[in-house]
Design a protein around this ligand. Structure first.
Ligand code: FES
Ligand code: FES
Length: 164
């Protein structure tokens, strides 16, 4: 067993975990945050994406022990109280989801995408960058629309908050 302390959505969470425990298991099974999903066992689907020290990672590919001391943001940490993050609001507005299984990972990847491109995104880039996130329902069209709309909304203040 290893003692791991990870700051999750601003709160320090310490647990004794097996060495093989993945970050996604730490979040879901030890901390009880089930918004981060597991959709594959091959590191392909992206349903498990969270931010680790401000950067999107597939939490099924990171050991909890390797995340010791880091700051992790999950989908549960994006909204500010009742105020949705602009990316969440855009997915709702543009119907960027159907069953919703891929949505937490999509949104976390999309927020990181806006940060990396400083909001300067076009459709081709968004489609390219979504390579690591699989959606079985939507056909991606509305997801792309939502991300482009959010990137615009996040210009001028929102983008900085989003990257936090
Ligand atoms: S669960 Fe599919 S990439 Fe992590
Ligand atoms: S909305 Fe169902 S998998 Fe994407």
């Amino acid at each position: 067993m290893t003692k791991v302390t990870i700051t999750v959505n601003g709160r320090a969470e310490s647990r004794d975990v097996e060495d093989r425990t993945l970050l996604v298991q730490f979040l879901r099974e030890h901390v009880g945050l089930t918004g981060t999903h597991v959709g594959c066992d091959t590191s392909q689907c992206g349903a498990c994406v969270v931010h680790m020290d401000g950067v999107a990672v597939k939490s099924c590919t990171v050991l909890a022990a390797a995340a010791n001391g880091s700051k992790v943001t999950t989908i549960e940490g994006l909204a500010k109280g009742d105020e949705l993050h602009p990316m969440q609001a855009a997915f709702r507005e543009h119907h960027g989801l159907q069953c919703g299984f891929c949505t937490p990972g999509m949104i976390m990847s999309a927020v990181d995408m806006v940060r990396r491109y400083d909001g300067k995104l076009d459709e081709k880039t968004v489609r390219y960058e979504l390579e690591g996130n699989i959606c079985r329902c939507t056909g991606y069209h509305n997801i792309v629309k939502a991300i482009l709309a959010a990137a615009e909304a996040m210009q001028g203040g929102g983008a900085k908050r989003a990257a936090a």
